[in-house]
Design a protein around this ligand. Structure first.
Ligand SMILES: [Mg+2]
Ligand SMILES: [Zn+2]
Length: 193
């Protein structure tokens, strides 16, 4: 039977927002991330990373570097007993310079192809699922598949909430200080459902 999942944004949510991660050494877990993901693992809730990485299309780093970065991410999590059940990325952006990635794709958030791909691969119930991210696009994407979107104040979150939230077209279902608080709320909601 299809299960609910938690879809995690990468930069500013699981890892520190440092601009484009154009070297593996720039990747750094945020303090609450490993424990939060481990709690999802222990609860049997799939934790799926969903990330826009337009730096590939822009020519800032290669697909190979991106794969190395994600291998490092999995190592950092494994060192703290946590793992990702899936990892999907969008390397595209239409104004990029690097073919074949400079296209108007179907996966760049807030488009929903990465969610649908994960649902197919892992047998997930999207309307019962949650996203966690530091940009409103993660919430918009969630609502497009009738999922709930948690907005975190790490990364761009606190600044975007203070400076841009009056103009938001969608409201988060919950606002959390960081991924640890987001997972607390989500696990409580899942028990209620
Ligand atoms: Mg982010
Ligand atoms: Zn894409």
């Amino acid at each position: 039977m299809a299960r609910p999942a938690v879809f995690l944004d990468r930069d500013g949510t699981v890892t520190r927002e440092v601009g484009y991660v154009n070297h593996v050494d720039r990747l750094e877990l945020l303090p609450h991330s490993a424990v939060a993901i481990r709690r999802l693992n222990e609860a049997g809730v799939p934790a799926v990373l969903i990330t826009n990485q337009a730096g590939v299309a822009r020519g800032y780093f290669s697909l190979d570097l991106l794969e190395q970065t994600h291998a490092r991410l999995r190592e950092l999590l494994a060192a703290e007993g946590a793992h990702l059940d899936g990892l999907y990325f969008c390397p595209h952006v239409p104004e990029g310079k690097v073919a074949p990635f400079n296209i108007d794709c179907e996966c760049r958030k807030p488009k929903t192809k990465m969610l649908h791909d994960a649902a197919r691969d892992l047998d997930l119930d999207l309307p019962a699922s949650f996203t966690v991210g530091d940009k409103i696009t993660d919430v918009i994407m969630a609502h497009r598949v009738q999922a709930r979107g948690v907005f975190v104040l790490t990364g761009y979150g606190r600044g975007d909430l203070e400076n841009q939230s009056l103009a938001w077209s969608e409201r988060p279902d919950h606002i959390a200080e960081h991924l640890g608080d987001a997972v607390d709320w989500i696990l409580r909601e899942m028990k209620r459902d």
